[in-house]
Design a protein. Structure first.
Length: 151
């Protein structure tokens, strides 16, 4: 049951991420920084894609994806199409992984220690959903700030 819930939540929120990226008026605006905003939408999108593809695809599903976390924040100017393709790849990794997990698997310890102590796979995958939403909020705020409106 939890695998189905997680699947629905990730589908919903990654669809929202795609909608946010598509809502930026120009590709250049995805990369604008200023003031206290040091991580523009493009980098946050790269970060979410890298994070999810690593922890779902590579760690749990053996996808072979190799994460470069530093590049997620250092790379600039990736096209909107490539950002969206990355989100689609993350969705595919998540769907494939969750399709192969049972609720019993979610009670097992996640294969690597991420925060310095063991946790269940279910706990960590739920944490990743909240992490996605945290950054989704940042992206939404960044886009609205650039647009100069409250919508």
């Amino acid at each position: 049951m939890l695998t189905q819930i997680l699947s629905e939540l990730y589908q919903r929120d990654l669809s929202r991420l795609k909608a946010e990226i598509e809502a930026y008026p120009t590709e250049e605006s995805l990369w604008v920084t200023g003031g206290d905003i040091i991580n523009p939408a493009g980098n946050l999108c790269l970060h979410m894609v890298g994070n999810l593809r690593h922890f779902f695809g590579a760690v749990l599903n053996g996808s072979g994806y190799v994460r470069d976390r530093d590049a997620e924040f250092a790379t600039k100017g990736v096209s909107r199409a490539d950002l969206l393709a990355g989100v689609d790849a993350a969705i595919a990794d998540i769907e494939s992984t969750l399709a192969n997990l049972s609720d019993e698997d979610l009670e097992k310890t996640y294969p690597i220690e991420v925060f310095g102590s063991p946790m269940t796979t279910g706990f960590f995958l739920t944490h990743l959903a909240t992490h996605l939403n945290w950054h989704l909020g940042h992206i939404n705020y960044h886009r609205r700030l650039l647009a100069g409106s409250g919508s």
